[in-house]
Every structure is written in C-alpha cells, then in structure tokens.
Design a protein around this ligand. Structure first.
Ligand code: CUA
Length: 200
C-alpha cells in the first residue's frame, strides 16, 4: 500500500504521479491472472492430456505424389509390434483410403497430405486435428485404446463437396484384425483393399 503523503502545497503523491485507478489496477490483475491460466492450461494439456501441435513433417511434390513415395499406396502399414503408419491422401472431395482398420491398442503415426487444395483432417473423439496443406505432410500420432468407429472428416471448407469428405477409423479386436489380414482361405470375406488397387 502506498502512503499518501501531503506536500507543502497541499497536493498529494496520488495527484503528482498520475495514480492508477483502482478499477484499472483490477483489470490489470485479471489480465495477468488470465495469462497465467492460459499458460497453465497449455502446459497441462501438453504434458498430461497428450495434446500435440501438428507441424509440417516433410514436404512432397503434389504433382508426383500419387506415383511415388508412401502416398502412392495410401493406407495402413505395420512398422513394428503394435505400431503402425497410416498414409492418407486428401483430394477434392474424398480421403484415400476411406476406411482404416486397426487393432485395439495400435499406436498409429498418421501422415496426411493433399494433392490439390487445403483441407482439414480431424478424427472424431480423438485429439487428432490437423490442417492439410498441399505440398506438406502433416503428422500426428494416436493410440487407439477403444474398440469402435471413429469417423474422420475434413474440417476446412474446400468447396461444394466439402461435407462429403469423410472416412472412418475402425478399431477392432486383435482377433478380428488378425482374421482380416489372414490369407483369404475362409470363404465369403471380401476385402475392399484388393478391389480399390485396380489401376488409377
Ligand atoms: Cu476438404 Cu473440406
């Protein structure tokens, strides 16, 4: 607290030093408190809630992307025990592939790029949410701990077919996943993967 000394001419410190209005001081305190809250929220989200900032992972040439490199064969690739990579192409107005099937517990590095416009890629009920810029690869990782269907959608308006840009991550039990990847000796199972790889 400042002591309001009175000067010989009758003026006070407050008058001489352009004092700050108590309300203004309160707003300054609130502003500083908010900054502290925001910084704490980002820290907590980053360290304990697993929030990630999607950054440009690498660059690609959108003109040749469908012919060479991992995006020429988009989809899921196993890279180790329980670890996977998923490559997703976005273009007006669809994602390729439209369905990704993973076993429960799978740790998936998700790489997404675009061959034309700017798109978005968000997987519902996860913290995967990225901006997709042509020429750049966006990457986030996620561990799918729950069996179920997790639709992915385009989150940036990209034209008249924007609302049709979606797909689904299907998280299945390990047994179901193993059965899907077995050689097709059991009859009746149609795998969409083989059908789509006809020719571009
Ligand atoms: Cu792609 Cu909206």
């Amino acid at each position: 607290m400042s002591i309001d000394t009175e000067h010989p001419d009758g003026s006070t410190d407050e008058e001489l030093t352009m004092g700050i209005d108590p309300w203004e001081k309160n707003w300054m305190r609130i502003s500083i408190a908010l900054l502290v809250v925001f910084a704490a929220a980002v820290t907590v989200a980053g360290w304990s809630a697993g929030f990630q900032l999607p950054g440009p992972e690498s660059e690609v040439d959108p003109r040749t992307i469908t012919e060479e490199g991992p995006f020429a064969e988009p989809g899921l690739h196993e890279i180790g025990d329980g670890k996977f990579e998923a490559y997703v192409m976005s273009q007006v107005w669809s994602f390729t592939p439209r369905e990704i099937v993973v076993p429960v517990g799978a740790e998936v590095d998700i790489y997404v790029t675009s061959s034309d416009l700017q798109h978005g890629f968000k997987i519902t009920d996860t913290n995967v949410n990225m901006q997709i810029v042509p020429g750049q690869v966006s990457k986030l990782s996620f561990t799918f701990d729950d069996i179920g269907e997790f639709p992915y959608i385009c989150t940036e308006y990209c034209g008249s077919g924007h609302a049709a840009m979606y797909g689904t991550v299907k998280v299945v039990s390990e047994e179901d996943f193993a059965a899907l990847n077995e050689p097709a000796d059991e009859s009746g199972d149609e795998t969409a993967e083989e059908a789509t790889e006809a020719d571009g």
